[in-house]
Design a protein around this ligand. Sequence first.
Ligand SMILES: NC(=O)c1ccc[n+]([C@@H]2O[C@H](COP(=O)([O-])OP(=O)(O)OC[C@H]3O[C@@H](n4cnc5c(N)ncnc54)[C@H](O)[C@@H]3O)[C@@H](O)[C@H]2O)c1
Length: 254
Amino acid sequence: MSAVDIGESRAVVTGAASGLGREICLGLLAEGAAVAALDKDAAGLARLLADSDGALTTYQVDVSRQDEVSDAVSRAVDDLGYVDLLVNSAGIYRDGLVVKPLDDDYVTMPLAQWRTVVDVDLTGTFLVSREVAVRMVRGGVRGVIVTISSVSRAGNAGQGNYAAAKAGVVAFTRSLALELAEHGIRAAAIAPGFIDTPILAAMDPRRLDEHVTRVPLRRLGTPREIFAGVRFVAECGYFTGRCLEIDGGYALDS
Ligand SMILES: NC(=O)c1ccc[n+]([C@@H]2O[C@H](COP(=O)([O-])OP(=O)(O)OC[C@H]3O[C@@H](n4cnc5c(N)ncnc54)[C@H](O)[C@@H]3O)[C@@H](O)[C@H]2O)c1
Protein backbone atom coordinates (compact mmCIF):
# COMPACT_ATOMS: atom_id res chain seq x y z
CA MET A 1 0.00 0.00 0.00
CA SER A 2 1.34 3.35 -0.81
CA ALA A 3 0.55 6.81 0.40
CA VAL A 4 -0.65 9.39 -2.09
CA ASP A 5 1.10 12.75 -1.72
CA ILE A 6 -1.76 15.14 -2.42
CA GLY A 7 0.61 17.78 -3.77
CA GLU A 8 1.71 15.33 -6.46
CA SER A 9 -1.69 13.76 -6.99
CA ARG A 10 -3.90 13.62 -10.05
CA ALA A 11 -7.38 13.80 -8.64
CA VAL A 12 -10.98 13.36 -9.72
CA VAL A 13 -13.48 15.08 -7.41
CA THR A 14 -17.28 14.75 -7.73
CA GLY A 15 -19.72 17.27 -6.30
CA ALA A 16 -17.02 19.78 -7.16
CA ALA A 17 -19.31 22.73 -7.86
CA SER A 18 -20.28 23.40 -4.24
CA GLY A 19 -19.52 22.87 -0.57
CA LEU A 20 -17.09 20.12 0.37
CA GLY A 21 -16.23 19.11 -3.20
CA ARG A 22 -15.42 22.68 -4.14
CA GLU A 23 -13.25 23.16 -1.04
CA ILE A 24 -11.46 19.87 -1.71
CA CYS A 25 -10.74 20.93 -5.32
CA LEU A 26 -9.36 24.30 -4.21
CA GLY A 27 -7.36 22.71 -1.39
CA LEU A 28 -5.83 20.14 -3.73
CA LEU A 29 -4.99 22.80 -6.32
CA ALA A 30 -3.29 24.95 -3.68
CA GLU A 31 -1.09 21.96 -2.82
CA GLY A 32 -0.10 21.52 -6.48
CA ALA A 33 -2.38 18.64 -7.51
CA ALA A 34 -3.89 18.27 -10.98
CA VAL A 35 -7.67 18.23 -10.57
CA ALA A 36 -10.63 17.07 -12.67
CA ALA A 37 -13.83 18.57 -11.25
CA LEU A 38 -17.10 16.70 -11.89
CA ASP A 39 -20.60 17.96 -11.14
CA LYS A 40 -23.99 18.25 -12.79
CA ASP A 41 -24.21 21.97 -12.00
CA ALA A 42 -22.68 23.75 -15.00
CA ALA A 43 -22.92 27.23 -13.47
CA GLY A 44 -21.21 26.06 -10.27
CA LEU A 45 -18.44 24.43 -12.29
CA ALA A 46 -17.96 27.68 -14.24
CA ARG A 47 -17.62 29.58 -10.93
CA LEU A 48 -15.06 27.06 -9.69
CA LEU A 49 -13.12 27.34 -12.94
CA ALA A 50 -13.08 31.14 -12.66
CA ASP A 51 -12.14 31.08 -8.97
CA SER A 52 -9.24 28.76 -9.70
CA ASP A 53 -7.98 30.90 -12.60
CA GLY A 54 -8.62 28.03 -14.99
CA ALA A 55 -6.19 25.76 -13.14
CA LEU A 56 -8.45 22.69 -13.29
CA THR A 57 -10.64 20.94 -15.84
CA THR A 58 -14.40 20.60 -15.43
CA TYR A 59 -16.81 17.93 -16.60
CA GLN A 60 -20.58 18.28 -16.42
CA VAL A 61 -22.00 14.91 -15.40
CA ASP A 62 -24.90 13.43 -13.48
CA VAL A 63 -23.19 10.78 -11.32
CA SER A 64 -26.34 8.66 -11.25
CA ARG A 65 -26.21 8.12 -15.02
CA GLN A 66 -23.97 5.28 -16.12
CA ASP A 67 -23.37 6.55 -19.68
CA GLU A 68 -22.48 10.07 -18.53
CA VAL A 69 -20.15 8.80 -15.79
CA SER A 70 -18.33 6.45 -18.10
CA ASP A 71 -17.80 9.23 -20.65
CA ALA A 72 -16.75 11.90 -18.11
CA VAL A 73 -14.31 9.64 -16.23
CA SER A 74 -12.81 8.43 -19.49
CA ARG A 75 -12.21 12.03 -20.62
CA ALA A 76 -10.92 13.11 -17.19
CA VAL A 77 -8.41 10.25 -16.98
CA ASP A 78 -7.25 10.91 -20.56
CA ASP A 79 -6.76 14.59 -19.71
CA LEU A 80 -4.92 13.89 -16.43
CA GLY A 81 -2.85 10.99 -17.78
CA TYR A 82 -3.79 8.82 -14.81
CA VAL A 83 -5.76 9.18 -11.55
CA ASP A 84 -4.42 8.28 -8.11
CA LEU A 85 -7.03 10.07 -5.97
CA LEU A 86 -10.82 9.97 -6.28
CA VAL A 87 -13.06 11.92 -3.91
CA ASN A 88 -16.77 11.07 -4.16
CA SER A 89 -18.50 14.12 -2.69
CA ALA A 90 -21.60 14.48 -4.91
CA GLY A 91 -24.67 14.01 -2.75
CA ILE A 92 -28.21 15.13 -2.07
CA TYR A 93 -30.88 14.59 0.55
CA ARG A 94 -34.67 14.58 0.28
CA ASP A 95 -35.81 14.13 3.86
CA GLY A 96 -39.15 12.67 4.92
CA LEU A 97 -40.63 10.09 7.24
CA VAL A 98 -41.29 6.63 5.81
CA VAL A 99 -44.75 6.79 7.42
CA LYS A 100 -46.01 10.28 8.12
CA PRO A 101 -49.24 11.37 9.85
CA LEU A 102 -51.45 13.54 7.64
CA ASP A 103 -54.86 14.78 8.75
CA ASP A 104 -56.59 11.68 10.19
CA ASP A 105 -54.48 9.24 8.25
CA TYR A 106 -50.90 8.44 7.26
CA VAL A 107 -48.93 8.89 4.03
CA THR A 108 -45.76 7.07 3.00
CA MET A 109 -42.49 8.09 1.40
CA PRO A 110 -42.90 7.94 -2.38
CA LEU A 111 -40.63 5.48 -4.15
CA ALA A 112 -39.25 8.34 -6.27
CA GLN A 113 -38.08 10.15 -3.11
CA TRP A 114 -36.23 7.02 -1.99
CA ARG A 115 -34.77 6.32 -5.42
CA THR A 116 -33.56 9.86 -6.13
CA VAL A 117 -31.33 9.85 -3.08
CA VAL A 118 -30.12 6.27 -3.44
CA ASP A 119 -29.42 6.82 -7.16
CA VAL A 120 -27.15 9.83 -6.52
CA ASP A 121 -25.56 9.07 -3.16
CA LEU A 122 -25.09 5.29 -3.42
CA THR A 123 -25.31 4.31 -7.08
CA GLY A 124 -23.42 7.45 -8.13
CA THR A 125 -20.58 6.49 -5.78
CA PHE A 126 -20.53 2.98 -7.23
CA LEU A 127 -20.52 4.20 -10.84
CA VAL A 128 -17.72 6.74 -10.44
CA SER A 129 -15.62 4.47 -8.20
CA ARG A 130 -15.99 1.59 -10.64
CA GLU A 131 -14.83 3.65 -13.62
CA VAL A 132 -11.87 5.10 -11.73
CA ALA A 133 -10.91 1.82 -10.01
CA VAL A 134 -10.67 -0.17 -13.23
CA ARG A 135 -8.36 2.49 -14.68
CA MET A 136 -6.19 2.42 -11.55
CA VAL A 137 -5.95 -1.37 -11.75
CA ARG A 138 -5.21 -1.43 -15.48
CA GLY A 139 -2.62 1.31 -15.13
CA GLY A 140 -0.95 -0.23 -12.06
CA VAL A 141 -1.70 2.98 -10.14
CA ARG A 142 -1.53 2.58 -6.34
CA GLY A 143 -4.24 5.13 -5.63
CA VAL A 144 -6.93 5.88 -3.07
CA ILE A 145 -10.71 6.30 -3.27
CA VAL A 146 -12.33 8.53 -0.64
CA THR A 147 -16.12 8.69 -0.29
CA ILE A 148 -18.06 11.19 1.75
CA SER A 149 -20.62 9.37 3.91
CA SER A 150 -22.40 11.05 6.87
CA VAL A 151 -23.08 10.61 10.58
CA SER A 152 -26.61 9.79 9.38
CA ARG A 153 -25.24 6.42 8.27
CA ALA A 154 -26.09 5.22 11.79
CA GLY A 155 -29.79 5.83 11.04
CA ASN A 156 -31.82 8.99 11.51
CA ALA A 157 -35.58 9.55 11.73
CA GLY A 158 -36.73 11.43 8.65
CA GLN A 159 -33.70 10.38 6.63
CA GLY A 160 -34.37 6.71 5.84
CA ASN A 161 -33.34 7.14 2.21
CA TYR A 162 -30.23 9.22 2.97
CA ALA A 163 -29.17 7.07 5.96
CA ALA A 164 -29.46 3.89 3.88
CA ALA A 165 -27.40 5.40 1.07
CA LYS A 166 -24.74 6.76 3.43
CA ALA A 167 -24.48 3.42 5.28
CA GLY A 168 -24.35 1.76 1.88
CA VAL A 169 -21.34 3.75 0.73
CA VAL A 170 -19.45 2.70 3.87
CA ALA A 171 -20.19 -1.00 3.21
CA PHE A 172 -19.26 -0.48 -0.44
CA THR A 173 -16.00 1.19 0.64
CA ARG A 174 -15.10 -1.75 2.90
CA SER A 175 -15.79 -4.14 0.02
CA LEU A 176 -13.68 -2.07 -2.39
CA ALA A 177 -10.83 -1.93 0.14
CA LEU A 178 -10.85 -5.72 0.44
CA GLU A 179 -11.08 -6.27 -3.32
CA LEU A 180 -8.44 -3.74 -4.34
CA ALA A 181 -5.82 -4.19 -1.61
CA GLU A 182 -3.94 -6.70 -3.75
CA HIS A 183 -3.46 -3.94 -6.33
CA GLY A 184 -2.13 -1.51 -3.73
CA ILE A 185 -5.31 0.57 -3.99
CA ARG A 186 -6.98 1.84 -0.81
CA ALA A 187 -10.57 2.95 -0.18
CA ALA A 188 -11.92 4.86 2.79
CA ALA A 189 -14.95 6.88 3.82
CA ILE A 190 -15.37 10.08 5.77
CA ALA A 191 -18.52 10.64 7.83
CA PRO A 192 -18.94 14.37 8.46
CA GLY A 193 -21.26 15.78 11.08
CA PHE A 194 -22.81 19.20 10.39
CA ILE A 195 -20.49 21.13 8.10
CA ASP A 196 -21.07 24.71 7.01
CA THR A 197 -21.93 24.31 3.31
CA PRO A 198 -24.89 25.27 1.07
CA ILE A 199 -26.49 21.84 1.65
CA LEU A 200 -27.56 23.02 5.13
CA ALA A 201 -29.50 25.96 3.67
CA ALA A 202 -32.46 23.67 2.97
CA MET A 203 -32.62 22.63 6.62
CA ASP A 204 -35.02 24.22 9.11
CA PRO A 205 -32.72 26.64 11.02
CA ARG A 206 -34.30 25.71 14.37
CA ARG A 207 -33.65 22.03 13.75
CA LEU A 208 -30.08 22.83 12.79
CA ASP A 209 -29.61 24.87 16.00
CA GLU A 210 -30.93 21.93 18.02
CA HIS A 211 -28.44 19.62 16.35
CA VAL A 212 -25.56 22.01 16.99
CA THR A 213 -26.38 22.11 20.71
CA ARG A 214 -25.84 18.33 20.67
CA VAL A 215 -22.37 18.65 19.10
CA PRO A 216 -19.81 18.41 21.94
CA LEU A 217 -17.66 21.08 20.23
CA ARG A 218 -20.81 23.30 19.95
CA ARG A 219 -20.25 24.51 16.40
CA LEU A 220 -20.56 23.53 12.75
CA GLY A 221 -17.51 22.02 11.12
CA THR A 222 -15.77 23.76 8.22
CA PRO A 223 -15.17 22.37 4.72
CA ARG A 224 -11.46 22.87 5.41
CA GLU A 225 -11.70 20.36 8.28
CA ILE A 226 -13.10 17.77 5.85
CA PHE A 227 -10.28 18.54 3.45
CA ALA A 228 -7.90 17.78 6.33
CA GLY A 229 -9.55 14.35 6.54
CA VAL A 230 -9.08 13.75 2.81
CA ARG A 231 -5.41 14.67 3.20
CA PHE A 232 -5.05 12.21 6.10
CA VAL A 233 -6.68 9.36 4.18
CA ALA A 234 -4.60 10.05 1.07
CA GLU A 235 -1.30 10.41 2.89
CA CYS A 236 -1.62 7.58 5.44
CA GLY A 237 -0.71 4.53 3.39
CA TYR A 238 -1.84 2.13 6.15
CA PHE A 239 -5.43 3.44 6.31
CA THR A 240 -7.97 1.46 4.31
CA GLY A 241 -11.55 0.21 4.56
CA ARG A 242 -12.35 2.47 7.50
CA CYS A 243 -14.71 5.36 8.00
CA LEU A 244 -13.23 8.48 9.53
CA GLU A 245 -15.77 10.44 11.60
CA ILE A 246 -15.24 14.21 11.50
CA ASP A 247 -18.21 15.45 13.47
CA GLY A 248 -17.11 17.50 16.50
CA GLY A 249 -17.92 14.44 18.61
CA TYR A 250 -21.61 14.34 17.54
CA ALA A 251 -21.75 10.57 17.00
CA LEU A 252 -19.74 9.67 20.12
CA ASP A 253 -22.73 8.43 22.08
CA SER A 254 -24.42 6.58 19.22
N1 LIG B 1 -22.49 19.63 4.73
C1 LIG B 1 -22.80 18.72 5.64
O1 LIG B 1 -23.18 19.02 6.77
C2 LIG B 1 -22.66 17.26 5.30
C3 LIG B 1 -22.73 16.34 6.36
C4 LIG B 1 -22.59 14.99 6.10
C5 LIG B 1 -22.39 14.55 4.81
N2 LIG B 1 -22.34 15.46 3.79
C6 LIG B 1 -22.12 14.93 2.44
O2 LIG B 1 -21.05 15.63 1.87
C7 LIG B 1 -21.20 15.64 0.45
C8 LIG B 1 -21.07 17.06 -0.04
O3 LIG B 1 -22.12 17.84 0.52
P1 LIG B 1 -22.04 19.42 0.57
O4 LIG B 1 -22.33 19.81 1.96
O5 LIG B 1 -20.80 19.87 -0.09
O6 LIG B 1 -23.34 19.77 -0.30
P2 LIG B 1 -23.52 20.80 -1.53
O7 LIG B 1 -24.97 20.76 -1.83
O8 LIG B 1 -22.88 22.09 -1.20
O9 LIG B 1 -22.68 20.10 -2.70
C9 LIG B 1 -23.11 18.91 -3.30
C10 LIG B 1 -22.70 18.94 -4.77
O10 LIG B 1 -23.10 17.69 -5.36
C11 LIG B 1 -23.61 17.99 -6.64
N3 LIG B 1 -24.52 16.96 -7.10
C12 LIG B 1 -25.75 16.66 -6.59
N4 LIG B 1 -26.32 15.71 -7.32
C13 LIG B 1 -25.44 15.38 -8.30
C14 LIG B 1 -25.47 14.47 -9.38
N5 LIG B 1 -26.53 13.68 -9.62
N6 LIG B 1 -24.40 14.41 -10.20
C15 LIG B 1 -23.33 15.20 -10.00
N7 LIG B 1 -23.25 16.10 -9.02
C16 LIG B 1 -24.30 16.19 -8.18
C17 LIG B 1 -24.32 19.32 -6.48
O11 LIG B 1 -24.53 19.96 -7.73
C18 LIG B 1 -23.36 20.06 -5.57
O12 LIG B 1 -22.41 20.77 -6.31
C19 LIG B 1 -22.57 15.02 0.17
O13 LIG B 1 -22.39 13.66 -0.20
C20 LIG B 1 -23.28 15.13 1.50
O14 LIG B 1 -24.26 14.15 1.65
C21 LIG B 1 -22.46 16.80 4.01
